[in-house]
Design a protein around this ligand. Sequence first.
Ligand code: BT5
Length: 255
Amino acid sequence: MKQLHPYKIGKKVLWFDSVTSTNTKAVEIMLREHKAHGIVVVADEQTHGRGRVNRKWISPRDGGVWCSIIIKLENKKDVLLYTQAASLTVVRLLEFYGIRAQLRWPNDVYVMKKKIGGVLLEVHSKQHDEKFLIVGIGLNVNFSEDSTPDYLKMKMTDMHRLLNNAPKPDRKEVLQKLLEIFSSYCHFISSGDRQRVIKEWKDNIVLERKEIKIVIGKRCIMGKPVTLRDDGGLVIEARNGAREIVHAGEVFFEA
Ligand code: BT5
């Protein structure tokens, strides 16, 4: 029998005081829980929050929504769609609070050239080759001056700062809205409306026309972004005019 609400995201929300990384905690929970799909792990602080390619994600206590959503992966091809859905969720959530955000390829969320959020998706297996996706989302809600490292001060922002004098957004309410929006994207994915997610992702990405440096393994390409492909790839025009497609997973990206 088909479940009536197959995408009941947030049916169980486990809120921790402090963890190394909510993604790591979510893997532990996914391995021990019988019905892990839809469980959400949140923490007030992460001591070892992670970004892509082992970069650090600064996650001070009460500074943001640091969460990981456990999704049962029915089709490996959906990983990219979920990544796009997660970053779009942050854009839509900020829109709900009156903040206009944009995506920077592949999935970073920016407001006025400053990063406010990022996503980190990881695939893990359980017995019988069941695959689960850990959808990690980090969103800066309220960073205090002293919890912001110097090297990030000019490069990042948070919701409270952008809302001027308005009261600090309540992180529980932010999370609730975030889960609601993410659930609706999950519904598009499960009902086969993949193009809707891809199109929305493309429409929200800002491709800067200036030259960028991309490092793939030991190779380094200098080039200008030209266009986006449906498979999430970015087409770059190198200095010698040659076109190259780069994919997020293999790329270390420097502006
Ligand atoms: C990301 O990586 O943007 C993915 C971040 C995902 C974080 C969430 S929080 C919940 C879950 N649990 C985890 O452990 N992770 C996920 P990347 O594109 O690699 O960006 C990392 C870079 O962003 C760093 O090298 C810094 O330059 C910058 N950065 C670090 N912390 C930041 C912050 N709080 N706000 C803005 N920029 C930050």
